[in-house]
Design a protein around this ligand. Structure first.
Ligand SMILES: NC(=O)c1ccc[n+]([C@@H]2O[C@H](COP(=O)([O-])OP(=O)(O)OC[C@H]3O[C@@H](n4cnc5c(N)ncnc54)[C@H](O)[C@@H]3O)[C@@H](O)[C@H]2O)c1
Length: 289
């Protein structure tokens, strides 16, 4: 069994998180292949990855030459079979269990190397349930990045009951080595550690706005100016994506059956209206696109 640090990376899904993961893995000098849902989605995926790298240039973390070098390491395709030669695949499609399990079954059948790691960036779904959709549950692991991926240092490493030690070690080697992330080992329970704490806080802020007694601006001002948080809870929910916040809340609610985790009606209405936060231009706040 090889213990080499993975170097041929596959990323499935190129939204907020997939684009960020493609950015950091290419920047780290790795060979990156990104799979999108259909051929028509390829140009938008390129734009999103370029946008993520461009943000690094604007903030002085990268030069224009670094950006070009990183982009040259990334191939975007709509062909899932292109993952066959990958030694580490990170799934970052929407937080829907049916979608993720169907993809896990397919990718498991495509990967040629039985040592290849199949990782999920799920925010909340127990990794064991996704591993159960494969013939090789020992190579399935959770790698929960935070947004924006190039900026946030933490990754939660989620070993499921049947994840083997080699898989955990290879995931940790990739994350802490070339990607330079700080890893915490967390239990395989809905929401893992950070979202188990963060989501009830965000839902509490949403309920406060829903009560009509305070505005989103005031809640955010309260937590930034009063508590020293770098960003307030409603703006943070917008940055995460309100559909993602709702999906994570539902997973927590399903697991623990606590009212604390139930998505407030206002959150559901915003998602149903397509007001998803920064990625759609409007959520609790308006965002320049
Ligand atoms: N947004 C966050 O802050 C955050 C943080 C950590 C983890 N996550 C998790 O990461 C995952 C992705 O979240 P996101 O915010 O990037 O979502 P997103 O909606 O921005 O992106 C998901 C992308 O996957 C694509 N997709 C759908 N089906 C696909 C398929 N079959 N094959 C390939 N691509 C497909 C969609 O078109 C979309 O571009 C979710 O599981 C989410 O819970 C999100």
């Amino acid at each position: 069994m090889t213990m080499e640090t993975p170097s041929r990376i596959g990323v499935v899904g190129c939204g907020v998180m997939g684009a960020g993961i493609a950015d950091v893995t290419a920047r780290a000098g790795l060979d990156v292949r990104v799979v999108v849902a259909r051929p028509g989605a390829v140009p938008a995926a390129h734009d999103r990855i370029r946008g993520s790298l461009g943000q690094g240039v604007r903030k002085g973390r990268l030069t224009d030459a670094d950006l070009d070098t990183a982009l040259a390491r990334i191939e975007v395709t709509a062909d899932l079979d292109a993952l066959a030669d990958r030694d580490f695949v990170i799934e970052a499609v929407p937080e829907r269990e049916d979608l993720k399990t169907a993809l896990f079954t397919r990718i498991d059948g495509i990967l040629k190397d039985t040592d290849a790691v199949l990782a999920t960036n799920t925010s909340s779904l127990p990794v064991s349930r996704l591993a159960g959709a494969t013939r090789h549950p020992e190579r399935v692991v959770g790698v929960h990045f935070f947004s924006p991926v190039p900026v946030m240092p933490l990754v939660e490493l989620v070993g499921a009951l049947r994840t083997d030690d080699t898989t955990r070690a290879r995931a940790a080697a990739l994350l802490t080595g070339p990607l330079g992330k700080t890893v915490v080992d967390v239990p395989d329970r809905a929401g893992f550690m950070v979202n188990g704490l963060l989501i009830p806080y965000l839902l509490g802020a949403i309920r406060m706005v829903e009560s009509g007694q305070v505005t989103a601006d005031d809640v955010d001002r309260g937590m930034t100016l009063g508590c020293g948080h770098p960003v307030g809870p409603l703006r943070l929910a917008d940055l995460i994506g309100l559909d993602v916040v709702k999906a994570v809340a539902e997973a927590l609610h399903q697991e623990y059956a606590e009212p604390l985790y139930a998505p407030p009606p206002l959150l559901s209405r915003l998602v149903e209206a397509g007001l998803l936060g920064k990625k759609s231009g409007r959520g609790f706040h308006s965002h320049a696109r």
